[in-house]
Design a binder for this molecule. Structure first.
Ligand code: SER
Length: 938
C-alpha cells in the first residue's frame, strides 16, 4: 500500500467515525492556543499541540479529531542511514477529548486494522501490549480475539511503564504534562508463523520479547489513554522530581501510527526507503548525481553510496519541513539541529556522491512532489526552502575547506588515536562543523573524537550563553503564574476591544505583585481586566502603553503581554500603593483586596499607537515590495514594529544593491501616495484565507479561523498588492503612513537580511534633522546647501595642496646637511655602507628618497623608518654592489621590523615591513648593523 493511500484511508476511517480532520501542528511546538511549549525542541507527537484540549483549558472544534502530524525526532540521528530510522516522519492519530475512552478506542483500532474494507490484516498476525496494571485494556482486546478462537494470553502482554506509559516512563519520572497508560499494536512481519507459545495456551511476556521474535513483531500503532496531569519540578541534574499526578478533568484518547513504518510493514518492504515516501526522492538523487557528478551508480548497487543516499533523502525531508515552518539554520536550538542535518547531507553528497557544486536545493523538488499535495506549505514555500538550502550549502562549502585543513593539522598533532574534544568544539564553534561532521572526517582517518572533552567545552559555552539569555527573559518561560482565577475557579479570558477602541471602561479581575530578587514586592505589578483596548505585544507589533485610572490613582501601563487569553498589563502607579517591600504573598492579598472588582478607565496613548500602526501597515507594503523586487523566496524571518521605526528581517542570500533599495522604497511610497484603503477580514477559515492568497508568516502559529489584512483592491476575489494573515492593528488608508524611508540594509544572520525604515512623524523628524545638519555644515564652510558639494570639493583640494607643501618642506629638512650630505649616519661594514634614517613622511616619499641615495652609491644599503599616524613602516634598499657582497634588503628589513614587534620582507634589493612598537624604532634601526654584518661576513 502506498504511503499516500494509507494516510487517506486512516483519515477517512476516522472521519467516518465522527472525527473532524485537524491540520498538522507546526514542527515548532506551538499548542492550539499559540503558546510555545518550551519543554520541547520539536513537535514529536500528534498530541503535542492538543495539550490545552486534554487539560480542558481550550475548547476543540469537535471532541473527536483526526490528523496526520509532522514529527521530528532527532534523538538517534547517528542511526539514520540504516533501514528504519528517520528524523522526520508522519504520525497518524485519532483523538478524543472527554468523549470516547478505552473501549471505543480499542474497538476503532481493531476495526481499522482488521476490517476487509480498511487494512484487512489477518488477526493472527497481530499482538498487543498493555500497561501491567491495565486490566480493562486487556479485557477489551480479549473481547475481539476470543470470538475468533485466538487465546488472548497468546497475543496480549502486560509490560511496564518504559514501553506502556506515555510519555515513556512518565508514571515515575515525568516530564510534566498530560499522560496515561498506553497499549501498543504489533504486526508480525515474517512469512513464518509466529514462534510457538512459551507457556501453555500462549507466550508469556518473555517469549514475546525474545530477541528473534521481537525483531519480527513490528510496532505500528499506539493508543494512549490520557487521564492524568504529571506534575513535578525540574532537577538541577536533569529530569524531574514528581510532586503529584492529579486526574485531568476528563478522560481522553491520543493515538499514534507511524505512517512510513506501517506502510513498510504492510507492503512487505525490507526498508522504509523502499516505500513511495522515499522512492521519488532517491530516484531524483540518482538522476542529479548522473547529471552533475557524472556518476552512473544508482541506488542499490553499493553499500556506502546507498547509506549516503538514505542520509540525504531523510535529511532533505526534515530540512524542507523545518524551513517551511520557519526554522532557519543557526547555531542554537532548532536552527542548529537543522544546520547539522543540512551539513551532514552536504558532506555525504560531496564526499560520497561526488557533487562538486551546490546540489541539495535541487532535491527539494522530490520532497515537494511526494508530500506537497498534503502539506501545502511545501508548495507555498518552495522557493524559500531552496534558497535557504543553497545559502547554507554555499556557506558550509566555504568553511569546509578551511575547517578540514585545521582538522588535518590537529590530526597530525594528536596523541594516540583520539582527537581532542576541545578541537572538535572549536571546529564547531568557529567553523560550523557539527560534531557528526568532525566524527565522520575523523573516522575516515581511523581516529575517534574525545566526546567527554567536547561535551565539557560545549557545556561551558552553553552556560555562558544561558547567563546572557536569563537577563532578557523577565516574563518569559512556561508556567508563569499569570492566570487570573475568578470566583467560579475559571481563568477569565480578556475581551480585546483595541481594534476599534483606544479607551474603555473596564473591571479589574486580577492583580499580581512583582518581586525583586529578595522576594519583596516592588512598585510595579500586573493587572488583568475583563476587557481592554491595550494591544499586547505580538506578531512583531510592540504593546500599547497608556494609563489605567482607578478613582484618583493613575497606573501607568508600561507593558502588556498575553498569556492563555489573559491580557497582562504591567503597571507602575503614580503614587505608591503601600505594598512595596512586602513579602509577595502578603502583597498579593493586599493588591487583591485593594483592586479586585474595581472599575477602571483604560486609556491607550493614541499618538504612540498611531505611530506604531503606520509602521505596521508599512511593514506589509515593504514585504510585498521586496517580493516584487527580489523574488518570491523573500519571506519574513522576523519583524519589529515600534513607534519610532520598523525592522524587517527576510530570507535573501545577498546584500541589496542601491538600485534595489531605491526601487523597493519607490514601490512602497507609490502605494502610500495613492492613498489605498486597508481592508480587514476577520474570522476567516484558514483554508479560505489561503485560497485568497493571503501570505501566512513564517514560523507563526495560526488558529483555524484567522484575520486577513489587505492593502489596495477591496475585493477578496481579485489579487491585491498585499494580503497577509495578521492580528495586528493597521491604518485605515495607506495615505496615513506618510513618507516611507529605508535607513539601513544589512545582514541579520546567514541568509537573512535586515531592513530598518521609518514612516510618518519619524520620517518628518529625520528629514528635518538632515535638513538642519545640511544648513549647519553649509554655514561652517561659508556656503549654501545648494553649493555645498563644490564648496567641500574646493576645501579638499586646498587640504591636499597644503599637505603636499608640508611634506616637501619636511623632506627638505630631513635631507639637512652632515658629512654624507643627507644628515643620516653611515656605517662602513666591509665593502658595504649602511645608512639608517628616520622620517616622518609618507613611506612612498621616503622610498623615493632612499632610491635616490642608492642610485648615487651602488654599495649603499639604506634602512629607513617612516613614522606616520602612529604607525611605523621600515623600508630597505640595497645597491647592486652591496647585493653582490651579500646584503639582502628583505632579510634585513625582516629582522629590523622584528625588533620593533612587527614583520614583513621582500627581495634582495627592495623590501618593506611594518612595526608595532614605536618606542623600539631606534633600537630596531641600530640592530641593522649586526644583521648586515652577519650577512656580509657570511
Ligand atoms: N503520543 C503517542 C505516541 O507518540 C501516541 O500518539 O506514541
Amino acid at each position: 500500500m502506498k504511503v499516500r493511500e494509507l494516510r487517506q484511508k486512516y483519515l477517512d476511517f476516522f472521519i467516518s467515525k465522527g472525527h473532524s480532520l485537524y491540520p498538522s501542528g507546526s514542527l515548532i511546538p506551538y499548542d492550539v492556543t499559540g503558546r510555545l511549549d518550551e519543554s520541547l525542541l520539536f513537535n514529536g507527537a500528534g498530541m503535542v499541540q492538543f495539550k490545552p484540549f486534554f487539560r480542558g483549558i481550550a475548547e476543540p472544534p469537535n471532541r473527536r479529531l483526526t490528523n496526520a502530524q509532522k514529527v521530528v525526532r532527532t534523538g538517534d540521528i547517528e542511526s539514520v542511514g540504516n533501514h528504519s530510522h528517520l528524523t522526520f516522519f508522519e504520525m497518524l492519530g485519532n483523538f478524543s477529548f472527554g468523549d470516547y475512552f478505552k473501549q471505543e478506542a480499542i474497538a476503532f483500532s481493531w476495526e481499522f486494522l482488521t476490517a476487509p474494507q480498511w487494512l484487512n490484516l489477518d488477526p493472527r498476525r497481530l499482538a498487543f501490549t498493555v500497561f501491567e496494571e491495565d486490566d480493562e485494556a486487556f479485557e477489551h482486546w480479549s473481547a475481539h480475539l476470543a470470538p475468533l478462537g485466538i487465546e488472548p494470553t497468546s497475543r496480549i502482554f502486560r509490560l511496564g511503564e518504559e514501553t506502556n506509559y506515555w510519555p515513556a516512563g512518565a508514571f515515575s519520572s515525568g516530564p510534566p504534562g498530560p499522560c496515561g497508560p498506553n497499549s501498543e499494536m504489533f504486526y508480525w512481519t515474517s512469512n513464518d508463523v509466529p514462534p510457538p507459545p512459551t507457556v501453555a495456551g500462549g507466550y508469556d511476556r518473555d517469549g514475546f520479547l525474545r530477541d528473534d521474535a521481537a525483531k519480527l513483531w513490528l510496532e505500528i500503532w499506539n493508543d494512549v489513554f490520557i487521564q492524568y496531569e504529571w506534575q513535578g519540578e525540574p532537577l538541577e541534574e536533569g529530569g524531574y522530581r514528581k510532586t503529584g499526578m492529579p486526574s485531568l478533568p476528563f478522560q481522553s484518547v491520543d493515538t499514534g501510527m507511524g505512517l512510513e513504518r506501517t506502510a513498510t510493514a504492510l507492503g512487505g518492504y525490507r526498508s522504509v526507503y523502499d516505500t513511495d515516501a522515499f522512492s521519488g526522492i532517491i530516484k531524483l538523487i540518482d538522476r542529479l548525481s548522473a547529471e552533475f557528478a557524472s556518476s552512473t551508480a544508482t541506488y542499490g548497487q553499493d553499500t556506502a553510496r546507498d547509506t549516503a543516499v538514505r542520509i540525504i533523502a531523510d535529511h532533505i525531508r526534515t530540512a524542507s519541513f523545518c524551513i517551511a515552518d520557519g526554522i532557519l539554520p543557526s547555531n542554537t536550538g532548532r536552527g542548529y539541529v537543522l544546520r547539522r542535518l543540512i551539513r551532514r547531507a552536504v558532506l555525504k553528497g560531496q564526499r560520497v556522491l561526488g557533487f562538486e557544486d551546490l546540489f541539495l536545493y535541487r532535491v527539494v523538488d522530490g520532497v515537494v512532489e511526494s508530500l506537497g499535495d498534503h502539506y501545502h506549505e511545501l508548495v507555498d514555500r518552495r522557493s524559500v526552502i531552496a534558497e535557504t538550502l543553497k545559502n547554507e550549502e554555499a556557506l558550509f562549502r566555504r568553511t569546509l575547506d578551511q575547517g578540514s585543513e585545521i582538522l588535518l593539522q590537529a590530526l597530525a598533532r594528536r596523541k594516540g588515536e583520539v582527537l581532542d574534544g576541545e578541537v572538535a568544539f572549536m571546529l564547531y564553534d568557529t567553523y560550523g562543523f557539527p560534531l557528526e561532521v568532525t566524527q565522520e572526517l575523523c573516522e575516515e582517518a581511523g581516529v575517534t573524537v574525545d566526546l567527554a572533552g567536547y561535551k565539557a567545552a560545549l557545556a561551558e559555552a552553553q552556560e555562558r550563553s544561558r547567563g546572557a539569555d536569563q537577563r532578557e527573559s523577565v516574563y518569559g518561560g512556561v508556567g508563569v503564574a499569570f492566570v487570573f482565577i475568578t470566583d467560579d475557579g475559571k481563568a477569565t479570558p480578556t475581551e480585546f476591544l483595541g481594534y476599534s477602541e483606544t479607551e474603555t471602561d473596564a473591571v479589574i479581575v486580577g492583580a499580581l505583585p512583582q518581586a525583586d530578587e529578595n522576594g519583596k514586592a516592588v512598585a510595579e505589578f500586573a493587572v488583568a481586566l475583563n476587557q481592554t483596548p491595550f494591544y499586547a505585544e505580538s506578531g512583531g507589533q510592540v504593546a500599547d502603553t497608556g494609563v489605567l485610572i482607578v478613582e484618583d490613582t493613575r497606573f501607568n501601563v508600561v507593558d502588556v503581554t498575553k498569556h492563555d487569553g489573559v491580557w497582562v498589563h504591567v503597571v507602575v502607579p503614580d503614587v505608591p500603593l503601600g505594598h512595596e517591600g512586602m513579602p509577595v504573598d502578603q502583597a498579593q492579598v493586599f493588591l487583591l483586596e485593594r483592586l479586585m472588582k474595581r472599575k477602571t478607565r483604560a486609556v491607550v496613548d493614541t499618538n504612540r499607537r498611531t505611530d506604531v500602526i503606520r509602521n505596521h501597515t508599512a511593514t506589509h507594503l515593504l514585504h510585498a515590495a521586496l517580493r516584487d523586487t527580489l523574488g518570491t523566496h523573500v519571506t519574513q524571518a522576523g519583524s519589529l514594529v515600534a513607534p519610532d521605526h520598523l525592522r524587517f528581517d527576510f530570507t535573501h542570500g545577498k546584500a541589496m544593491s542601491a538600485e534595489e533599495i531605491s526601487r523597493v522604497e519607490g514601490i512602497v511610497n507609490e502605494h502610500v501616495l495613492s492613498a489605498e484603503g486597508v481592508t480587514i477580514y476577520s474570522d476567516v477559515p484558514l483554508d479560505e484565507a489561503r485560497a485568497m492568497g493571503a501570505m501566512a508568516l513564517f514560523g507563526e502559529k495560526y488558529a483555524d479561523r484567522v484575520r486577513v489584512v489587505q492593502v489596495g483592491d477591496m475585493s477578496p476575489d481579485r489579487p491585491s498588492f498585499s494580503r497577509e494573515l495578521c492580528g495586528g492593528i493597521h491604518v485605515r488608508n495607506t495615505g496615513q503612513i506618510g513618507l516611507f524611508k529605508i535607513l539601513h540594509e544589512s545582514s541579520a544572520a546567514s541568509g537573512v537580511r535586515r531592513v530598518t525604515a521609518i514612516t510618518g512623524r519619524g520620517s518628518h523628524r529625520w528629514a528635518n534633522e538632515l535638513h538642519g545638519n545640511l544648513h549647519e555644515v553649509a554655514e561652517i564652510v561659508k556656503s549654501t546647501p545648494k553649493d555645498l558639494r563644490q564648496a567641500v570639493e574646493r576645501l579638499l583640494d586646498q587640504v591636499r595642496e597644503e599637505r603636499k607643501r608640508r611634506e616637501q618642506a619636511e623632506l627638505k629638512a630631513a635631507r639637512g646637511g652632515g658629512s654624507n650630505g643627507s644628515g643620516h649616519p653611515i656605517v662602513e661594514i666591509g665593502p658595504v655602507s649602511l645608512m639608517t634614517a628616520k622620517f616622518e613622511i609618507d613611506p612612498k616619499l621616503a622610498a623615493q628618497e632612499v632610491d635616490d641615495a642608492v642610485a648615487q652609491r651602488p654599495n649603499l644599503v639604506v634602512v629607513a623608518a617612516c613614522i606616520l599616524d602612529g604607525k611605523v613602516t621600515f623600508v630597505a634598499k640595497a645597491g647592486p654592489k652591496a647585493v653582490e657582497s651579500g646584503a639582502h634588503a628583505g632579510n634585513l628589513v625582516r629582522e629590523v621590523a622584528k625588533a620593533a614587534g612587527g614583520g614583513g620582507g621582500g627581495g634582495p634589493t627592495y623590501a618593506t615591513a611594518g612595526g608595532r612598537d614605536l618606542a623600539k624604532v631606534d633600537e630596531a634601526l641600530e640592530s641593522a648593523v649586526q644583521v648586515l654584518r652577519a650577512a656580509v661576513d657570511g
